[in-house]
Design a binder for this molecule. Structure first.
Ligand code: ADP
Ligand code: MG
Length: 446
């Protein structure tokens, strides 16, 4: 059976199960690239479709495939580059309105929201399309779609922006809804104060009356048992009363350490959406959007230079842009501006060390630092150790023998094997790819 015939048979099944618009949305521009006895590789136009097929239709697709491939147990999705968006398309998806005068923004005392973060100035691309779509679904149908909505990404990739945009949009649409945005560290200190003043019941009942509660950086709950307990009560009360909860974190719930199981399962019971890292075109689109917003222009050469060199996150991208704007206003030449920006690029690299890699990896996988670099062959240490080797090689360019020395006096062939293992896994395992992104983000930001 050819790939086309096989996919046609799956599509025929799926078409029956879905409404027409939904069928077209999810299966347009998809095809089978490769099939074997137990695995099929499907090409999809973007990560948004990939996430939906993976999360919502995986079972049905497998069943349909089983009719012809009885041994199939795995589906891989590949995002085909041909379909990726040009900056222009990305931007046209955004409604632009820069007629507002520039004003300083202040945090609203009651809601905790900063009005500068809106949907309007949030650029949407493949890297954040799923999170954006979920956020918008919440705005349209409070507590009727995903509850909680859990958004995670590395630092500086738009979690706070998106969370606040949800809050601001709800305030704008329904001024009667009680909205609360609070970063988790602030929430924790409020809980501690309430416990100290023996006002915990009052505190809980205050939170019960919100229609939507948005807590940023929820990973901060890790290890804070009393705060977790209080939050669990609020979570249950709120969801029972048809309240909406939105959370963000630097990692998915399953890798937040020291988090009560009942909370973890609540988090996993809603919708989990990640934000990835923007592509070059998306970075250009973001830069152009920020320039329009500020009402200033820069030579294309500089915009491209920034997009090429600041890849890790949007915060750094913006930092570089702001510096470039100032330099440009001081009539520096493009060459001078680029040279100046180069210093910014190099700063984070200099900031990392083997120690930092070792401690970030052990932190992420929740293993002891000393064990990680010991001779122990315990199974749970092998994988994090290989990740460490890989990062030492890739991020610090260390030689194989010197990595071996750092990591329990191992032979260079062991290091080579470890790095290869990780390279292989990175190609195959989407989740692991994201985990590694998170580790790297932390390496460069902390
Ligand atoms: P995080 O909370 O994930 O660390 P932030 O939301 O603080 O990241 O984003 C960092 C900066 O990047 C902010 O200035 C934010 O406005 C900007 N930013 C992030 N995502 C986008 C986006 N999609 N479009 C425009 N600006 C963005
Ligand atoms: Mg944030």
């Amino acid at each position: 059976m050819t790939n086309t015939q096989l996919w046609q048979s799956v599509l025929a099944e799926m078409e029956l199960k879905l409404s027409k618009p939904s069928f077209i949305t999810w299966f347009k521009d998809t095809k089978i690239l490769k099939q074997s006895e137990n695995e099929v590789i499907i090409s999809v136009p973007n990560t948004f479709v990939r996430e939906w097929l993976k999360n919502k239709f995986q079972k049905e697709i497998l069943e349909a495939l089983k009719v012809f491939l009885p041994k199939i147990n795995k589906i891989k999705y590949v995002v085909s580059k041909q379909h990726s968006f040009t900056p222009k398309e990305l931007l046209s998806a955004q409604k632009k309105d820069f007629s507002q005068p520039k004003i300083e923004f202040f945090q609203n005392q009651k809601t905790g929201l900063n009005p500068k973060y809106t949907f309007k100035n949030f650029v949407v691309g493949d890297f954040n399309r799923l999170a954006h779509a979920c956020a918008f679904a919440i705005v349209k149908k409070l507590a009727k779609t995903y509850n909680p909505l859990f958004i995670y990404s590395g630092v500086g990739l738009g979690k706070t922006h998106l969370l606040e945009a949800i809050g601001n949009e709800i305030v704008n649409r329904h001024n009667k809804k009680a909205v609360k945005y609070i970063p988790c560290p602030d929430f924790t200190s409020k809980v501690i104060a309430a416990i100290r003043d023996q006002k915990i019941e009052k505190f809980v009942s205050q939170y019960n009356r919100f229609d939507i509660l948005i807590i940023d950086d929820i990973e901060f709950l890790s290890g804070k048992e009393r705060t977790q307990e209080v939050f669990f009560r609020i979570f249950n009360n709120l969801t029972e009363n048809k309240g909406q909860i939105v959370l963000s974190s630097d990692r998915p719930p399953r890798v937040i350490e020291a988090l009560e199981e009942r909370l973890r399962s609540r988090f996993e019971g809603g919708m989990i959406a990640d934000i990835g890292v923007p592509s070059f075109e998306e970075r250009v689109a973001i830069l152009e959007q920020k320039l329009e917003e500020k009402g200033v222009g820069l030579p294309q050469e500089i915009i491209d230079f920034i997009a090429q060199n600041f890849r890790r996150n949007i915060r750094d991208l913006e930092g570089a842009l702001n510096r470039a704007i100032v330099l440009f206003e001081y009539q520096k030449s493009s060459e001078e501006i680029k040279n100046n920006l180069k210093q910014l690029v190099e700063v984070p690299k200099r900031g990392i060390s083997a120690e930092k890699i070792i401690s970030q990896v052990s932190d992420f996988y929740n293993v002891n630092k000393k064990d990680l670099i010991s001779k122990s062959r315990k199974k749970e240490l092998v994988f994090p150790r290989q990740v460490t080797m890989y990062l030492l090689r890739k991020e610090l360019n260390l030689s194989l023998p010197s990595i071996g020395v750092k990591i329990g006096n191992r032979d260079h062939t062991t290091v080579m094997y470890g790095c290869e293992k990780i390279e292989e896994k990175l190609k195959k395992d989407e989740d692991f790819f994201k985990d590694l992104e998170i580790i790297k983000e932390k390496l460069y930001s902390l």
